[in-house]
Design a binder for this molecule. Structure first.
Ligand code: GDP
Ligand code: MG
Length: 301
């Protein structure tokens, strides 16, 4: 009989390096929103991959970045917390560019941890963007930041190195029974995923004025049997001018966001969805702890 391995893998890295893309690809199912804009992932989320001989529980963390607002502090707290008690830290970097200040900051955060994770793996992602002969020097530049890490080159989007990465992760997990039932893929409720998918759809269509000021709350998520699900959600922005942008001329933008989000939620939930969106101004919500709480962010003193 083969031994069963199981454990937690924290996926860290600056925003936009492909953490959510990788987790979705490994799970073979979309549980985390992906966006060309940073900070699409706002909550910590588990992605559970159950294989015959192993169960890997991925912890997707909001990108570690310089705190600028209260929301920024929240991201850092979440990232630090995610590293405590995991079996492996998987640090994703963008092989398409040289290391940046953010990468240096993550490197020093990792070396300053009190309780070191058992294993650090450095994954150079997006190697599809890099000519093959440029990889060795790029790999060396990142390896300098994490001298004790095992390094691996992958493309989360194209699939290169995915199986090797899985085997590497599993080899570092302890021999242990599975933590979660085989059919469970994530720990978020459908309505929370729906809120993230609506936000993702909005970020896809909106210009740069709005993104970081946008929060989504699902006000109602009602099952109507074979008729499908009825969802009512509010998009919160910080300024009147942003409200106009989100609604668009004659409501065109909001309609576009709504139908894209509806398609994503339907494919996530596997049933028909009726989606109603509205837009509200909530002034300076990013610096308002009460507003953050109402939007589902957990604030710790
Ligand atoms: P996160 O912020 O780290 O979770 O990053 P996302 O998963 O949201 O990805 C950010 C962007 O990078 C998206 O536009 C992805 O499609 C893109 N991306 C992710 N992985 C790859 C990859 O391997 N190659 C390329 N070319 N793009 C990728
Ligand atoms: Mg993400």
């Amino acid at each position: 009989m083969t031994e069963h391995r199981s454990g937690f893998v924290a996926v860290i890295g600056k925003p936009n390096v492909g953490k959510s893309t990788l987790i979705n690809a490994l799970l073979g199912q979309k549980i985390a929103p992906v966006s060309p804009r940073p900070q699409t992932t706002r909550r910590r989320q588990l992605g559970i991959l159950t294989l015959p001989d192993a169960q890997i529980v991925f912890v997707d963390t909001p990108g570690i970045h310089t705190p600028r607002h209260k929301l920024g502090e929240y991201f850092n707290q979440e990232a630090e917390e995610a590293l405590a008690g995991v079996d492996v830290v998987l640090w994703l970097v963008d092989a398409g560019t040289e290391p940046t200040d953010d990468d240096h900051r993550i490197a020093s955060l990792l070396s300053a941890l009190h309780r070191r994770p058992r294993t650090l793996i450095l994954a150079l992602n997006k190697i599809d963007l890099l000519p093959a002969d440029a990889l060795p020097s790029r790999r060396a530049a990142y390896a300098e930041l994490a001298p004790h890490a095992e390094a691996i080159a992958i493309s989360a989007a194209r699939g290169d190195g995915r199986d090797d990465l899985l085997h590497l992760l599993i080899s570092h997990l302890p021999i242990r029974e599975p933590e979660y039932p085989a059919e469970q893929v994530t720990d978020l409720y459908e309505r929370e995923i729906a809120a993230d998918l609506i936000r993702e759809a909005a970020l896809t269509f909106l210009r740069d004025e709005v993104p970081h000021s946008l929060a989504v709350r699902v006000d109602e998520y009602t099952e109507r049997g074979s008729a499908g699900a009825f969802i009512h959600a509010t998009l919160f922005v910080e300024k009147i001018s942003q409200k106009g942008i989100v609604i668009g001329e004659g409501g065109k933008m909001l309609k576009q966001i709504g139908s894209a989000a509806r398609r994503e939620i339907e494919s996530m939930s596997g049933r028909k969805v009726f989606l109603e969106l509205r837009v509200k101004v909530e002034k300076d919500w990013r610096d308002d702890e009460n507003a953050l709480r109402r939007f589902g962010y957990k604030i710790k003193k």
